[in-house]
Design a protein around this ligand. Structure first.
Ligand code: EPU
Length: 419
């Protein structure tokens, strides 16, 4: 298993470009199951979760071809395939995004239940209740969701809590349903707006994506389309925090400030200088870092996917900060590892209290999820000596070429292969 070795401390300096968003590309890939026509996507990041989704799509009869600039997808090889097997779903929960499109287009879907994962229980009851509201008959058996329907019918569904992939699954399913669907208490993440834009280019009639209420007028068929995936706000946010924690000066081209407003506001409060121009974002870590509390929340709140990285930053800030995680129940796995590097963090239920600043020292560390691993890399950049982050296949799930982007900013980072 690959590791990442980081020599710290360093001050990150320079310019990098944010890649396409993994969490926008995953539903866009699933959307190709809604049509036989060709879908062309640009800015799809080359990360492990995308490769897993392409394996699932291949299993479902989708041909894909990657060129330097785009990814072509066409779902016309095996139009009766309808199952997402356990082996693929267990490695990536987003495989559940195949459920809505398969059911809507093929009338039957058999998708392995994802089960719990490192950051929490993560049920999919909202996806299933929403599909039932559109007329699907859903059974759970042998660890699989078996959903069937003749043509789905438009309906009204109110989410009990905003779910990102739940909203995406229902957008895709309702696009081919008979009549109008109204979804309430929807997630409002930018990735949902991006999916709705792709679906509308394919001929869907979706209004209100990005708002709490979305209305979808079902259509008979969807066609091909060409679509550019939005920039990854979590990747951009991770490198901005990297600039802040190393007191550096970093420009991130292509980053979309409107998608990052909660983070930018918080980083400004902690004393970082942020400039926004037409090319992207620049962060300068000039003055002293001040501790500031954070509560994670669905968009437009502070993203849970940046909580771990922000906590690494707070280890270098003056004062005490409280981080409250409200989205997932088990997303503090970076804490014991940060403490092994010299941080002073206590956990109390969904609260973490960080007493800063701490002098971090390099250590061998490991995390069991993607964003926790990113926080350890950031801590390693600020720590004295060598940090070795183990099991970086977690990082490879969602960060494209992290070591080369960090190297471009002057970090002394090396991948140690297979050791
Ligand atoms: N929830 C339910 N029932 C459901 C669906 C969700 O109880 O049917 C709960 C979850 O357990 C969680 C909360 O609702 O407590 C929100 O979960 P959500 O469904 O929004 O999460 P998700 O769609 O499974 C996506 C991202 C995650 C990101 C979350 C929250 C993708 C592929 N994944 O997951 O990304 O953390 O939204 O923003 O879009 C990551 O990239 O590292 C990552 C974990």
């Amino acid at each position: 298993m690959d590791k990442l070795s980081i020599e710290g401390p360093v001050s990150l300096q320079g310019t990098i470009r944010a890649g396409g968003a993994k969490n926008a590309a995953l539903p866009a890939l699933a959307a190709c199951l809604l049509t036989e026509s060709r879908i062309e996507l640009t800015d799809v990041p080359d990360v492990r979760d995308i490769r897993t989704m392409l394996s699932l799509l291949d299993h479902l009869g989708v041909d894909s071809e990657r060129s330097e600039t785009s990814l072509l997808l066409q779902a016309n090889r095996d139009p009766t395939a309808e199952d997402a097997p356990y082996d693929l779903v267990k490695t990536m929960r987003a495989s559940v995004l195949a459920l809505g499109p398969l059911l809507a287009r093929r009338g039957h879907a058999r998708v392995s239940l994802p089960g719990g994962c490192a950051i929490g229980v993560r049920p999919i009851d909202q996806h299933l209740a929403g599909l039932e509201a559109l007329g699907a008959r859903v059974r759970l058996e042998h660890g699989y969701v078996d959903a069937r329907s003749d043509r789905l019918r438009g309906g009204l569904f109110r989410f009990s809590m905003p779910s990102v992939t739940g909203t995406e699954n229902l957008l895709m399913a309702a696009s081919l349903a008979l009549g109008t669907t109204v979804l309430e208490n929807c997630a409002r993440e930018p990735e949902i707006i991006d999916l709705a834009e792709l679906l509308n280019k394919m001929g869907a009639q979706i209004q209100g994506a990005g708002e709490e209420r979305i209305e979808i007028q079902g259509v008979e068929t969807l066609s091909g389309a060409t679509h550019g995936i939005i920039a990854d706000r979590i990747e951009a946010g991770t490198y901005l925090i990297g600039a802040a924690i190393t007191r550096g000066d970093v420009c991130i081209e292509n980053a979309r400030p409107r998608d990052l407003s909660a983070l930018l506001e918080k980083l400004t409060e902690t004393g970082c200088q942020i400039d926004i121009d037409e090319n992207g974002l620049r962060l300068r870590g000039t003055g002293e870092l001040v501790s500031k509390d954070v509560v994670t929340a669905p968009h437009p709140g502070f993203p849970t996917d940046l909580q771990a990285q922000y906590m690494a930053l707070m280890t270098q800030a003056h004062g005490n900060a409280t981080v409250c995680e409200t989205v997932f129940e088990n997303r503090f796995q970076h804490v014991p590892e940060l403490n092994r590097m010299g941080a002073s963090i206590e956990i109390d239920g969904s609260f973490a209290r960080i007493h800063g600043p701490s002098r971090l020292s390099g250590a061998r560390v490991m995390a069991t999820d993607l964003r926790a691993s990113a926080s350890l890399v950031l801590a390693g950049l600020a720590a004295e000596g060598t940090t070795v982050v183990d099991r970086i296949y977690h990082l490879d799930r969602g960060y494209e070429a992290m070591e080369s982007k960090l190297q471009a900013l002057g970090a002394r980072v090396q991948r140690i292969s297979g050791a």
